[in-house]
Design a protein around this ligand. Structure first.
Ligand SMILES: Nc1ncnc2c1ncn2[C@@H]1O[C@H](COP(=O)(O)OP(=O)(O)O)[C@@H](O)[C@H]1O
Ligand SMILES: [Mg+2]
Length: 268
């Protein structure tokens, strides 16, 4: 199953949620691949401190060729050279070279990732492929949406980022009609939740109203705002490994369970 983690807003917890979900699923014994679909400096590849000098990355996988030591590499070999075996399972990294993808002219540009996953049956190799996306609705995000079964939308507990959810819903319905009929929104996950009375709880009430009005699912679990997330990130690890008793670690653990229950229900 392929999961795209997306919201057009930046700083809403997409990368943190991708990392935590991947780590949670991997520790539960699932065979996981995480794809970093974001060319920005503060992407998951940088959170994990992975060096991408002289190795292919997602960019080469998408365009279908790589030059390594003056030798041209094509097809599955690009992927085999790009994939890393990390503490959160297999990982396909990205670096700033990925930004060029938005302006490249490539055949069937919205479906490069979908094509690669299907051609090499990666969706059969892995139980879950989780794709992090940049904070924009360009070709990289479109590739993630074209390739996925489900969309997970993290939204920080602010009205602005919840409005970003509506943009994603619009794009998802277009993608469903034109490119990927199986796509579904899995749900919206509230992150960086401030538990103070009058702040988080009021926002949550509003979020539930929006969810009823616009017909999206809100996960019951909310992820509390917690500095241990930043501390873990600084050390290049996930919050569970940093402090499994941290409020955000407890919340993400609960979220992974809720996520899995939802997937099981959808399969029946
Ligand atoms: N629950 C949380 N509590 C505190 N800080 C958080 C939480 N979730 C994310 N952050 C911090 O907020 C910033 C943005 O998060 P990130 O996951 O990179 O968002 P995005 O990928 O949507 O841009 C990061 O510095 C991250 O450490
Ligand atoms: Mg990010």
């Amino acid at each position: 199953m392929v999961i795209a983690v997306t919201n057009r807003k930046g700083g809403v917890g997409k990368t943190t949620t991708t990392l935590s979900l991947a780590s949670g699923l991997f520790r539960r014994g699932y065979n996981i691949m995480t794809i970093d679909g974001d060319p920005q400096l503060a992407n998951l590849t940088s959170y994990l401190n992975l060096d991408t000098t002289d190795v292919p990355t997602l960019y080469e996988v998408l365009v279908g060729k790589a030059m390594i030591n003056n030798k041209e590499i094509i097809g599955k070999e690009i992927f085999d050279l790009a994939i890393r075996h990390t503490s959160i399972g297999d990982f396909l990294p990205a670096d700033s070279s990925l930004a060029a993808f938005e302006n490249d002219s490539i055949l069937a540009k919205e479906t490069c990732l979908k094509w690669f996953i299907e051609k090499y049956k990666l969706d059969k190799t892995y139980d879950f492929i989780i794709i992090d996306t940049p904070p924009s609705l360009g070709y990289l995000t479109t590739n993630a949406l074209a390739a996925c079964d489900k969309v997970l939308v993290p939204s920080s507990a602010k009205r602005g980022s919840l409005r970003g959810v509506l943009d994603i819903m619009g794009l998802v319905s277009q993608i469903k009609e034109r490119i990927n009929p199986k796509i579904e929104i899995d749900g919206v996950l509230i992150t960086e939740f401030n538990t103070r009375p009058g702040v988080g709880p009021t926002l949550l009430e509003w979020a539930h109203m929006q969810s009823e009005k616009f017909g999206f699912k809100l996960f019951d679990t909310v992820i509390r705002k917690n500095d241990d997330i930043d501390k873990a990130e600084m050390l290049g690890t996930d919050v569970f490994a940093f402090n499994h008793k941290a409020p955000a670690a407890i919340d993400y653990e609960t979220f992974v369970d809720e996520f899995l229950v939802g997937i099981e229900k959808a399969r029946q």
